[in-house]
Design a protein around this ligand. Structure first.
Ligand SMILES: [Zn+2]
Length: 417
């Protein structure tokens, strides 16, 4: 299985210039290839093969005066850039034909110098790890790496990323063998908390760490400052960089923290059940969503990756079932409750519920039921339940919610959970 390992790298001024030039070349090659495919399509010609396209936009282009500078950079990242275009097209075709689940994918778009994230991929021929710990990139040089953790095996490729905050990262793809942990008995449902980060059905509460709240506060202050600066001014550009830096800080802090949390959960439990983010996300305010849910999708992805590696199961509960209305004890449906209601007593059996804990227990029960009823029988450990909704659950999310009596915020309803 493939895993990604990402590290901060520190190219010198000269290396940064060489990287900038290569980013530019990879972008031009990508855009030229996309333009050629679009034109072929307009003229009713068949979809061009990647090898033909490669000859056209790299090999032949280098010999023209307009594109001769393509020869000044390594060829490997240029070829990888074309592979990315192929992947973008494949995702589009698969999305149109229904082979690909999830949000519809549009046609590939042209890349811009102004994109906030620039990246390059080098395969085995294009990079080497030096004995002194430096990363050698073809035609760039030996780049200093901050090895925050050890690579478990030889990487098969590396992607160099420049983010909006001006930082460089090297993201390695490493092929590792699954490494199942000894089986444990416990299974948990996890509910995305409102006041805390998450609540587990066994009663554990994962609080938002204070350092993350601090970072978010700083980010908001930076955003306010940016909104006050005149458009096009130097100060605005400065403020924008500050926002990008604050964003990066929040993202890094959150990622580290999420790694710790997900590793612990995967170690302690055999199966983890979560509710689908798209269903849940509708009931939240915009800011809460951007700050909180961004972490939630990473949380889920990390759980799925670690489960696959360590022989655990992650199940996604797709049903937009009203987890805060059902009594997890007797199944009685008690009606919607305003967000302020943190505890409630079941009208049928009288059990007193903590709102989030009750929801987590409902998610556990639904996840376990889904697993037993899965088309191929119980899902094998270590294989995540596919994200795709069952046919009867497809349709717009709003429709899904209506059909189960949960109304979305902004649609005239109380934002129920
Ligand atoms: Zn009850």
């Amino acid at each position: 299985m493939h895993l990604r390992y990402s590290y901060r790298i520190y190219p010198t001024a000269g290396q940064r210039m060489a990287l900038a030039r290569t980013f530019g070349c990879a972008r031009v090659v990508y855009n030229d290839a996309l333009a050629a495919r679009k034109e072929a399509r307009r003229n009713g010609k068949p979809y061009q093969k990647s090898t033909d396209l490669q000859k056209l936009v790299i090999t032949a282009a280098k010999k023209t005066p307009e594109r001769s500078w393509l020869a000044s950079v390594g060829v490997d990242p240029l070829i990888q850039s074309l592979r990315d275009l192929d992947t973008a097209y494949r995702n589009f075709f698969d999305s149109v034909s229904g082979k690909r689940a999830g949000r519809p994918v549009g046609l590939p778009r042209f890349k811009s110098r102004k994109d906030s994230r620039q990246s390059l991929r080098f395969t085995r021929n294009g990079f080497r790890l030096r004995g002194n710990g430096k990363l050698n990139l073809a035609k760039i040089g030996d780049v200093r790496v901050k090895w925050s953790r050890a690579l478990p095996a030889d990487p098969s490729s590396v992607t160099v990323v420049l983010d909006a905050a001006g930082r460089f990262h090297a993201s390695f793809v490493v092929d590792v063998e699954p490494d199942p942990l000894p089986e444990v008995q416990s299974e948990v449902g996890i509910d995305l908390g409102l006041t805390s980060y998450a609540v587990l059905s066994d009663g554990q509460v994962i609080d938002n760490p204070r350092f993350l709240r601090k970072a978010v506060k700083k980010l908001k202050a930076a955003q306010r400052e940016l909104s006050r600066k005149a458009k096009g001014s130097k100060n605005r550009a400065k403020a924008r960089r500050k926002v990008a830096k604050a964003h990066a800080k929040v993202a890094d802090t959150r990622r580290d923290w999420l790694h710790q949390q997900t590793t612990r959960i995967i170690r302690e439990t055999q199966a983890v059940y979560l509710e689908d983010l798209n269903v849940r996300g509708l009931g939240r305010g915009r800011l809460a969503k951007s700050v909180h849910d961004a972490g939630w999708s990473t949380f889920r992805r990390l759980l799925e990756e670690k489960a696959a590696r360590y022989g655990r199961t992650v199940g996604i509960v797709h049903r937009a079932f009203p987890s805060s209305q059902l009594c997890s004890q007797c199944g009685h449906r008690d009606g919607p409750k305003p967000l302020a209601v943190r505890e409630w007593a079941c009208g049928a059996c009288g059990v007193l519920h903590d709102r989030d804990l009750n929801a987590a227990r409902n998610i556990l029960a639904a996840g376990q039921a889904d697993r037993l009823n899965a088309p191929g029988g119980p899902v094998r450990p270590g294989v995540a339940i596919p994200r795709q909704a069952r046919p009867d659950e497809r349709g717009t999310h709003l429709g899904d919610l209506r059909s189960t009596g949960v109304r979305a915020a902004g649609a005239g309803g109380i934002p129920t959970r």
